[in-house]
Design a protein around this ligand. Sequence first.
Ligand code: AMP
Length: 541
Amino acid sequence: METAAESYVRGPEMQLTTKTTHQVFWETVSKFPDRDALVVRHQNVRLTWRQLADEVERTARGLAGLGLKPADRVGVWATNCAEWIYLQLACARAGLVQVNVNPAYRATELAYVLKRSGMKALVLRAEDSRSNYRAILEDAVQGQDLALRDVVYLGEESWDRTLAGGADPGPGPSDCNAVTNIQYTSGTTGSPKGVLLTHHNLLNNGRIVNLGLRYTEQDRVCIPVPLYHCFGCVGGTITCIMSGAAMIFPAPTFDPLATMEAIHHDRATSIYGVPTMFIAQLQHPEFSRFDFSSLRTGVMAGAPCPIEVMKRVVEDMHCPQMTIFYGQTESSPVITMAYVDDPMERRVATVGTACPATEIRIAGPDGKTLPIGEQGELCARGYAVMKGYDQDPEATARAVDPDGWLHTGDLATMRPDGYFRITGRLKDMIIRGGENIYPREVEEFLYTHPKIADVQVVGLPDEKLGESVAAWIRLKGGAASTEDEIREFCKGKIAHFKIPQYIRFVDSFPMTVTGKIQKYVIRQTEIKERHLEKAAGIQTA
Ligand code: AMP
């Protein structure tokens, strides 16, 4: 590790792999054919690497049989399930680009992603206990001119037909710099942006996670985080296909009880989660019923990680090598991490240091690297930086500067030992239980309500979720509305986590003399009126 008086660290050198995902997958299949590869508890699926390879091949043939050609885009819109993994690896096998679609999306968001990604096929589950995805899709495609040709419903006749009617997917891709995955993240312009990620991005990130956590084929990784997000499909799938560790999925969406059951019965050695997921397990009335002694390590990431929660996971969940990772979708995602054998203080109180093959610096408002200890924007450079935003060169140029530095929008400080603390956000983003929400996106949606004249959305501190969404609404002259009416309007149209938990009707907004709305005043007022001071004071890493 190289450090100087400036806030700059270059991680250790690492030989970067130039293989493709499918090549790496096959190496693991041939090394460990009979070891556990995939356990999906809610579907009663238990597969060895050899059996998983059979499913992947069958799925790849099915996709090729639909007439999809290398570089075509295939959407996957489902909560965590075995088929998600088959599709992820089958797309990589056939050289298709997988487009992750957030299961919380509703018609407006789905319509946008269908159009923007140009996906030719969409694979989804028609319905589950939370949503009727078929109906949302029907709503989203109405009146749209789309490239979408095939819609395949998991567990239904169209899925069976696809698998039965296969064609040869060809030799598979050999160019590690080809895009293999598009992950949508909320954009500052109010619409989601498709992050283009290559085999090279993802596999080398997986290798780094394996190094950091010391994974081997003996490990069993409990993955309650969503697969549509990088934490699941890179930290989970890619990392495991590289090390031979088994993937264990407890439930379709996060469920604290199912997660603890999975750790206990499937003897997990590693556990992932955003802070709220760990809090939900630690606070669960049945927590003490479970045996966590198989756990060795784990990762908390995705939002500021409270030190006290980290300490409790280490002690009460028997995770001596628990650690924090930091990154974002645009950086594959992991760019800083604490190693499992780092002293405890570094693992619980910082987000770690620069990963191998990664440079990190803290930039001031003028773009120059700041002295150690000063707060500025965390920037990263190296193999991990995305290829760009899909069909959006302007947004890409705003995120990645001409010298190759990705500007994360996160505020951070670097300590003299080269370890970082995340201290805030430059971008106006709310993180509610690990889900990123851009206030602008919620505001733009609320503006479509016929009674709303003006709206301001802010994040408020929340003891359980980290942050929650609050909206101040100015109604049009003479109009009357209620909180319920506004929430009802949002239901089914925007993801549930974006629907404001707190709503206040106001006549005006606090403004500066130059007419700029002071969101921080809205936030302070809400904290005071709603007595959220305790949550606001939570100590964060
Ligand atoms: P996403 O692109 O959905 O993975 O979200 C990335 C954002 O989550 C980052 O830009 C940070 O704001 C936040 N984040 C991720 N990991 C951490 C962490 N360990 N501590 C604090 N914030 C984090």
